[in-house]
Design a protein around this ligand. Structure first.
Ligand code: CA
Ligand code: CA
Ligand code: CA
Length: 441
């Protein structure tokens, strides 16, 4: 947040300085007026983007682990703010359906800092070489894995650099890693808007290269993250019961409230023999709970320190490509999971128990340790334009909602990628025609 604020302040000073320079050195009155008007438009776009960021932060603050926006009032498309408008482009759109607006759940992606080599390899378009090299890039080990690379490789490049040997801080950092390319990371979506733009379907005539097949071939960018993190989540249920704990009184009390004493002793026996459990889904799979029983107690269960905290994948929001990366899940499993999901109202659905009905027990045990139904990190691709259409700004912000107020952990200027929406919006604004407007509550 602070560094984001600093970036903005610095950017504003630069703008003011530029405007001042022009006033001093402008060669004609016309040029002078034109440039200072554009400077003012830039300033407005900048502050609209900043205001939009505050709205996103307050939205994340209200979600409390939920990853699904409540329907209805809230929209992120052509929102009037100050003397202009903003949009938040979501990464969640399906093929060819045009842009989708909203904030993006970072737990819907594979976390490159924690996923296994096998999971990373399952990403669309991934190569053996890059998967191995990502593992080596983040690993503190001195040894490289087959196909991977440590500093010996990077120090021979021009310019030379060291292997990171630590976690990635941005997804774009992948481009520093052996075997990476713009093509693998971004695919044909050069301007990262999730839409097939004309230059992304004209072959090599204009950048980026593409196969002219009328379909946006995506890179891994839309399916990966470096931010998803469930460690030290505050505000979680305080009387959580650790199914791996040595004292099972809590579990006995919790179960005793919903089953009779004969069933209670059966389940307690299976729980004792089954320990340790890798996830609450693993607990369900190996204790013979009914779906109904599990649904009632799942929000109160934890597996304690056995539980993974970095890079859990939210089964409510993850796209098909991401679910396919989870250990043990094949195409048929993912189809079933997605059919189940489509048939449910997921609003407020932070209870993971629905997954138990969608997968065979052995798959729940295997993949369950990577699954969650709660999310805390979100990103927002903010596009802000001045009301006269003369200037726009685009930022990608990442917000961590584990604390209140949430923290802005990344604020990246991607204005240089160009105007990412319908060009008619800009030309209309210049003619004084407002974009299809929407109100934010
Ligand atoms: Ca595009
Ligand atoms: Ca092209
Ligand atoms: Ca294509």
């Amino acid at each position: 947040m602070r560094s984001g604020g600093m970036v903005l302040i610095v950017a504003l000073w630069i703008l003011l300085a530029l405007a001042g320079t022009v006033l001093v050195f402008g060669r004609s009155m016309r040029v002078e007026l034109l440039v200072s008007a554009n400077g003012l438009a830039s300033l407005k776009a900048e502050w609209i983007a900043r205001g939009a960021l505050q709205l996103v932060v307050s939205q994340v603050d209200s979600m409390d682990g939920d990853s699904i926006l409540p329907g209805g009032d809230l929209t992120w498309e052509a929102v009037p703010l100050g003397e202009g408008y903003f949009w938040v482009i979501s990464r969640g759109n399906e093929e060819g359906s045009g842009p989708v607006f909203g904030i993006t759940d970072e737990s819907a992606g594979i976390n490159l800092n924690s996923a296994t080599p096998e999971m990373i390899y399952m990403l669309p378009g991934m190569t053996d070489e890059l998967a191995a090299s990502i593992i080596d890039w983040r690993s503190s080990s001195e040894e490289s894995t087959p196909g991977g690379a440590k500093s010996e490789y990077y120090l021979l490049l021009s310019p030379p650099y060291q292997c990171k040997s630590g976690p990635l801080e941005t997804v774009e950092e992948v481009l520093l890693i052996k075997g990476a390319s713009m093509d693998i990371l971004f695919g044909e979506d050069g301007n990262r808007n999730g839409i097939l733009d004309p230059n992304e379907n004209d072959g090599s005539e204009t950048a980026p290269p593409d196969n002219m097949d009328g379909i946006l071939d995506r890179g891994i960018y839309d399916f990966v993250t470096v931010y998803s993190n469930h460690a030290n989540v505050s505000g979680q249920n305080e009387d959580m019961v650790n199914v791996n704990g040595s004292d099972q009184a809590g579990l006995r009390e919790l179960m005793g409230g919903i089953v009779d004493s004969a069933r209670l002793s059966t389940i307690m026996n299976l729980a004792r023999r089954g320990r340790p459990f890798q996830s609450v889904l693993d607990f369900y799979a190996r204790t013979g709970l009914s779906m109904d029983e599990f649904e009632r107690i799942a929000p109160n269960l934890t597996v304690g320190s056995r539980g993974r905290t970095l890079g859990l994948v939210n089964v409510n929001t993850a796209p098909r490509e991401v679910l396919l990366c989870l250990p043990g899940l094949d195409e048929a499993d993912v189809d079933t999971l997605m059919d189940y999901r489509a048939s449910m109202d997921l609003t407020g659905r932070t209870n993971i128990s629905w997954v138990a009905g969608a997968l065979p027990l052995d798959k729940l045990s295997e993949a369950g340790g990577w699954m969650t139904a709660r999310s805390y990190q979100f990103s927002a691709d903010i596009v802000a334009v001045s009301g006269d259409g003369k200037a726009f700004r685009r930022y990608r912000a990442v917000i961590d909602g584990r604390s209140s107020p949430p923290l802005v952990i990344s604020f990246q200027d991607i204005t240089g990628l160009g105007w990412p929406l319908d060009s008619g919006i800009i030309s209309n604004l210049k003619k004084g025609i407002a974009p299809g407007s929407a109100l934010i509550n």
